[in-house]
Each structure stands twice: as structure tokens, then as C-alpha cells.
Design a protein around this ligand. Structure first.
Ligand SMILES: Nc1ncnc2c1ncn2[C@@H]1O[C@H](COP(=O)(O)OP(=O)(O)O)[C@@H](O)[C@H]1O
Ligand SMILES: [Mg+2]
Length: 367
């Protein structure tokens, strides 16, 4: 009888131990998951928080266990930014009953927050936070490429449609020319013809740059390319009160590029820098610093201005086709530049601060 009792006792101890083991194992897995996990019990008190979540909140875990939401929000270590975000999550998921919420943190990372509660959770509230920055980046690039492909198609169609009537007009003007000469108005014919040719050139240029065609590459030195571009922009800079400085290292930096296209990109960015400097009110000494340096198998070209700068909202739309803040802007300069650099297997990135200036960084692979 006694041994039977001992056996049962032993068995339940073993069972308990094994469930404890399993529990420990699961807890261990949860602890080290790459998503942040928070679990509130039915009283609203925090009963579990994993390593990743504490890292995200930048607070020691032990000081949070047992806190309710209000106490968490009063925690002295929690930054104002995070408090605001937590309140927002609470409002969206608990108050508005949304299952998901997305946010961008102070470091620019994207997070997806999922909240689970109700019957399936036995009254507990489970909040998990996952870093989705990589997905967002892929999604945005796909969206951007899609828009650029669309822009290419639309512009090619428009350019084609405009070219046809221009050819007809050109033909008829040539037929009219002898009559205009008789009237002593040959000058008119000449102007019309040169203007039509100019319009054709513009369309040709535009078609060339928006077409997703492979660039016509030749090997050139970055230094001579930059020197040439600076030479082209210096006089305009002088007129607008912008000083253009070019700083080049001694190293030889050769790239294999479509010179016309890369020049167009650099001219677009420098022109934008001059415009941004003009936007600054009052007597402002404009400075555009252009530089280049080697970085492994790449060369980084930087173009920095002390113009009016951009805020986050503007930066997000910068490369969108037709996005412009200028009265006479086309909003095509940067979207075309982006496409050209991507076609060269390079990259453009921008850093800017409203009121103090902007720096564009072009990365291109070395030849
Ligand atoms: N260096 C810069 N400083 C401030 N804003 C800039 C700069 N470069 C570009 N931008 C902003 O990006 C917009 C888009 O530029 P872009 O594609 O070249 O078109 P556009 O010059 O015709 O407006 C500009 O209208 C301007 O608001
Ligand atoms: Mg521009």
C-alpha cells in the first residue's frame, strides 16, 4: 500500500519535473526570440517580458515586472518618445481594437506590433513587436521601381506623340519658307525651325534618360569628371552667390559609366543645391562642397550644400517622379537621377536637416 503511494508520488514528481523542464524550455525560447514580447495578466500587470523587449524599451527588465501600464508610463527610465509610442499602441490596439499597429522608432526602424487577447489568451494580453525594416525597404524599393517604370512608359509615349506633330510642323514650315523669304520674313522661319529642333532635342534627352536602357559605358577618372562638372556650374554658381569647392584625393579613381548620364545626375544635384541655397532668406553665403573618396570597391561622391534643407516628410518623397516644391520645377531631376545611378549598379542616399543643409551621397562601383 505504502509502496503504491510512493510510486504515484514519484510519478507525479517526475511529471511535474518534466512539465517544469518543458516550461523552462519554452520560456527560454521566448526569452531569446528576435521579436519583443510583453505579457500582461488579466489584472493588467506585466507578468513577462523578454530580452529583446527590454532592449527595445531600454529599461532593465526586473524594474518592469509587476507594473501596470500607468506605472510603466511613469517609469523614470522611459524616454518621452517611447511613452508617446506606447500610449499610441494602447489607443490603437486596445481602444480601437486593431490587431496590428505599425510604427517608426527614433532610429528610423519600422516595427510591427501585434496584440492578442480574449478567449484564446485566458484573459492575458500578449503584445509582440517585430522589426520589419527590411521588408519595408524591399516594399519601398519595389514601389519606387514600379513608379519609375511607369514614368518611363508614360514619358516615352508622350514624347513619341509630341514628336510626330513636330515633324509635320517642321515639314510645312520648310514648304512655307520661300514665301516667307519673299515677304522678307526668313528670320521667322529660321526661329521656328531652331525652336522645333530644340524641342526635339529636349524630348530626345528626356527619352534617353528615362528609358531603362543599359548605359553606354566608358572608363573615366572620377576626378576629371567632377572637374568638368564643376567647370560647367561655376559661372551659374557665381551669379547666384554660391561658392563651389571641389576636394579630391590623390588616389586614382576609375569608374565605368555613361558619362553623359552621370554628368546629368551631378548637374541635377548641384542645380538643386543652388536652388536650395537661393531659398534661404536674407544674406546667405552659399557653399557647395563636392568631394570623392574610395571605399573598398566603390567610390563615394558627396555633394553637400548649406541650403534650406528638408524635413522627414519631404525626404520621403524626394525621388518620386513629378514631386517638386518649386514653382517652375518638373520633379523629374531626382527620379531620373535615381534611375540612372541604379542602372549603373550604384546607389544614391540623402541626409538633410531642415534649415541647415543637405548632403547627397552617390556610390558607384569602381571599374
Ligand atoms: N539640395 C536640396 N536641398 C533642399 N531640397 C532639395 C534638394 N534637392 C532636392 N530638393 C527637393 O526635392 C524636390 C525634387 O527635386 P527634383 O527631382 O530635382 O525636382 P525639381 O528640382 O524640378 O523640383 C525639389 O523640389 C526640392 O524640394
Ligand atoms: Mg531638380
Amino acid at each position: 500500500m505504502l509502496s503504491e503511494f510512493q510510486d504515484t508520488l514519484l510519478q507525479s514528481v517526475k511529471a511535474y519535473q518534466s512539465t517544469e523542464l518543458v516550461k523552462n524550455k519554452y520560456e527560454n525560447v521566448l526569452e531569446h526570440l528576435d521579436s519583443g514580447i510583453l505579457l500582461f495578466d488579466s489584472e493588467g500587470e506585466l507578468s513577462f517580458i523578454n530580452v529583446q523587449m527590454a532592449k527595445l524599451l531600454e529599461i532593465p527588465r526586473q524594474s518592469l515586472i509587476g507594473c501596470n501600464l500607468l506605472q510603466m508610463l511613469r517609469h523614470t527610465h522611459l524616454t518621452r518618445f517611447k511613452k508617446r509610442k506606447i500610449l499610441r499602441i494602447y489607443r490603437e490596439t486596445i481602444f480601437h481594437r486593431k490587431k496590428y499597429h505599425e510604427l517608426i522608432d527614433e532610429y528610423g526602424r519600422h516595427w510591427l506590433i501585434t496584440v492578442t487577447y480574449g478567449d484564446q489568451m485566458d484573459g492575458d494580453y500578449l503584445l509582440s513587436v517585430k522589426d520589419v525594416s527590411d521588408y519595408k525597404r524591399i516594399e519601398q524599393t519595389a514601389y519606387q521601381n514600379d513608379k519609375l517604370a511607369m514614368l518611363g512608359k508614360i514619358s516615352a509615349a508622350i514624347a513619341h506623340e509630341i514628336r510626330n506633330p513636330l515633324t509635320a510642323i517642321r515639314g510645312f514650315i520648310q514648304l512655307l519658307r520661300p514665301h516667307l523669304v519673299q515677304l522678307g520674313r526668313d528670320e521667322y522661319a529660321r526661329i521656328i525651325l531652331t525652336e522645333i529642333d530644340r524641342a526635339n532635342d529636349i524630348i530626345y534627352e528626356f527619352l534617353n534618360s528615362s528609358k531603362p536602357s543599359a548605359p553606354q559605358k566608358v572608363v573615366v577618372s572620377v576626378s576629371s569628371l567632377l572637374k568638368e562638372v564643376v567647370l560647367l556650374t561655376e559661372s551659374e554658381g557665381l551669379m547666384k552667390g554660391c561658392e563651389i569647392n571641389l576636394r579630391l584625393p590623390d588616389e586614382v579613381m576609375k569608374i565605368s559609366v555613361d558619362v553623359k548620364q552621370i554628368k546629368q545626375v551631378l548637374l541635377n544635384i548641384i542645380k538643386n543645391a543652388m536652388d536650395a541655397i537661393e531659398e534661404v532668406e536674407g544674406d546667405h553665403a552659399g557653399i557647395i562642397d563636392i568631394g570623392a573618396h574610395l571605399d573598398g570597391k566603390f567610390v563615394n561622391i558627396s555633394i553637400q550644400d548649406n541650403g534650406n534643407g528638408m524635413d522627414k516628410a519631404l525626404l520621403a518623397k524626394l525621388f518620386d517622379p513629378f514631386f517638386t516644391t518649386k514653382e517652375k520645377g518638373t520633379g523629374l531631376g531626382l527620379s531620373v537621377s535615381y534611375r540612372i545611378i541604379k542602372n549603373h549598379r550604384g546607389n544614391i542616399s540623402v541626409d538633410s536637416m531642415k534649415g541647415s543643409g543637405t548632403v547627397f551621397l552617390i556610390t558607384l562601383p569602381l571599374a
